[in-house]
Design a protein around this ligand. Structure first.
Ligand SMILES: Cc1cc2nc3c(=O)[nH]c(=O)nc-3n(C[C@H](O)[C@H](O)[C@H](O)COP(=O)(O)OP(=O)(O)OC[C@H]3O[C@@H](n4cnc5c(N)ncnc54)[C@H](O)[C@@H]3O)c2cc1C
Length: 387
């Protein structure tokens, strides 16, 4: 059986585990332990949207931090970040609320604008906004290929000395005197004074003996549509509140449409195929606001499971009641790819005792004010909505 000692053990080799490993590997001896292969669970299924700006309007420094990372990381290995504005389509019943929101965001110096349908259609002729009063346009958004991002982060971590173990399941965390001192795995025992748990939707169950985490599995889905005439290079991203769907162009000229997220009681056996009813919904919805999609070809579809929290933000914390040395990075609620650089930095500051360049409060476990009885029921059936 294998045995070695490290500064930090990262459990889980999804995008979060890989980002954490890269961030710490510069000056720590890191071991990543992954039960399967790197980036093959939620990470591989993500749509790759980077929409931190509309999601963190209350904390723009967090969004700025992530956006800057993606811009700078663009071109590293195979990784590419495609910057693209996002349009929130505003139906008539949301007009007042949308205007108010824009005023508030503009007062906070965010680059947002309200565009009337004719202006949008002049800029983006594929749009047909008869049923909308306009759009809110957000700058500083874009998309990535999540698998390539995770593999590039992993390669970076390895080139800085991190060890990556795949096909190895962590069975439990070893604790002595209320301090972690390593993990037991299917392949042996490993020592470290810090263990970072980034096991995606499995985290609540995995850590149940050490911390109560209000993280629930939920299932969400995507389909790709091929219009007869490809969408252009300038085509924006966007979403429709109320319909619970978002969309973005693919580099091939197809359109990726995702959404419809619901808590999942049987995550291990949840269907990996998109629901027929979701496919029908999208097929009816898209031609209503995009020209040239009436006879779009269905290219691909899938569904995946991620971890949800009651306030939609992740838990990135060394929980007060947990053993010393234990750090959690989970509950990314459909946003783990875009939040990965933020998560990596929060974890680093927790382990190295460094100052965080942005507020950490949105990620602390205690904000959720939960207890053991309510921990899993506080996340009710949810619909994930932007922003
Ligand atoms: C359909 C879909 C669309 C999405 N779209 C977006 C998007 O557009 N933008 C965005 O930012 N996010 C999106 N997400 C969310 C994003 O995919 C997740 O938030 C993110 O991948 C979470 O990363 P992770 O590393 O925490 O989890 P995962 O990728 O699930 O990785 C966790 C890893 O831990 C491993 N593991 C678990 N238990 C153990 C154990 N005991 N021992 C060892 N290893 C273990 C697992 O094998 C897995 O590889 C989407 C998700 C889905 C499903």
């Amino acid at each position: 059986m294998a045995h070695s000692s490290h500064d930090v053990i990262v459990v889980g080799g999804g995008v979060i585990g890989c980002a954490v490993a890269r961030e710490l590997a510069t000056d720590h001896d890191i071991l990543v332990v992954e039960r399967g292969q790197i980036a093959t669970e939620a990470t591989a299924l993500a749509a790759g949207e980077i929409t931190m700006t509309p999601l963190y309007t209350d904390n723009p420094s967090i969004a700025d931090y992530a956006n800057e990372f993606f811009s700078k990381y663009d071109g590293t290995g195979q990784f590419e970040f495609t910057e693209r504005p996002s349009l929130e389509l505003v139906p008539p019943d949301r007009k007042y609320e949308a205007r108010k929101r824009i005023e508030r965001l503009a007062a906070d110096s965010l680059t947002v604008s309200f565009l009337k349908p004719d202006v949008v259609e002049a800029n983006y002729p594929r749009f047909n906004l008869e049923e909308f009063v306009g759009v809110i346009k957000y700058q500083d958004t874009g998309f990535v290929d999540p698998y390539t991002l995770a593999m590039t982060l992993k390669n970076d971590a390895e080139s800085q000395g991190a060890t990556i173990l795949t096909d190895t399941t962590v069975t439990d965390i070893r604790i002595a005197d209320e301090h972690v001192n390593g993990v037991n795995t299917s392949e042996g025992t490993f020592d470290a004074p810090h263990v970072v748990v980034a096991t995606g939707w499995r985290t609540e169950q995995f850590l149940r003996d050490y911390a109560q985490l209000p993280i629930r599995p939920y299932r969400t889905q995507c389909i790709v549509l091929d219009p007869i005439k490809a969408v252009s290079n300038e085509f924006p991203m966007g979403w429709i509140p109320g319909e619970h769907v978002y969309f973005r162009p693919e580099r091939t000229g197809s359109l990726l449409v995702g959404g419809w997220s619901f808590t999942e009681d049987n995550p291990d056996s949840a269907s990996e195929k998109e629901d027929e009813v979701f496919r029908d919904h999208v097929a009816n919805l898209v031609p209503g606001f995009l020209r040239g999609f009436e006879r779009a070809r269905f290219v691909n579809g899938w569904a995946g499971v991620d971890g949800a929290t009651p306030d939609t933000r992740p838990i990135i914390d060394a929980p007060r009641d947990a053993p010393d040395g234990l750090v959690v990075a989970a509950g990314f609620h459909g946003r783990g790819v875009m939040t990965a650089p933020v998560a990596a930095t929060v974890v680093r500051t927790l382990i190295a005792g460094e100052q965080c360049p942005f507020p950490r409060d949105p990620f602390v476990l205690s904000r959720l004010n939960h207890d053991r009885q309510t921990s899993s029921s506080t996340v009710s059936v949810l619909v994930i909505e932007f922003p």
